[in-house]
Design a protein around this ligand. Sequence first.
Ligand code: AMP
Length: 218
Amino acid sequence: MKLILLGPPGAGKGTQAKRLYDRHKLVQLSTGDMLRAEVASGSALGQQAKKVMEAGQLMPDDIIISMIANRIEAADCHGGFVLDGFPRTEGQAKALDKMLGEKGGKIDAVIELAVDEGALVERISGRYACAKCGAGYHDTFQRPKKDGICDVCGSTEFVRRKDDNAETVKARLVSYREQTAPILPYYRAKGLLHQVDGMADLDDVTTAIDAVLAKVRT
Ligand code: AMP
């Protein structure tokens, strides 16, 4: 099963991608996580990505496309994967079809997490993650069971993304509206697009995504 999660920043793509791994062993392929790893490593690519990400802009298509092309070759992806944050432009969407098509594969479904833009800034500015295992939390919507302790691994260290501030979020929303939302009709025309209400409770979103998977599998 090869899935794409589409939606603006803060729609819940990362959270739902992690749940898709837990429930269906679909590997989460997050281009944002790959770029953050480059930034942390201090590589030349990481230095370029840091500037672009802090400005809320998009990295060039060719760089992102070759990153994904390499990643989906890895053995852990053979059982299926979920793309989180890719494709983000029409060029990326077409390149993805081409790279999968060359190996006789294709995307099985594209799930759009539809959200009310007004809620996104609050959602994004409250979010943080465990520094050790990456489990996601939110100041208002999803606090750890015990304050300051990760539910999953017990770590007491947490991190917030640098680009989750109000100014960068606004730029990221503009990038989404202008460059990413226009690919929705591309997938709709192929009959692959399924819309899920991303404003619902986390568990209800997961249930709705599972229902899409069940439909696609039959
Ligand atoms: P994300 O974690 O998906 O919100 O991505 C964080 C940032 O990484 C984005 O705001 C972009 O600057 C960059 N980025 C992630 N994925 C892509 C992509 N597919 N194309 C271009 N830039 C990306």
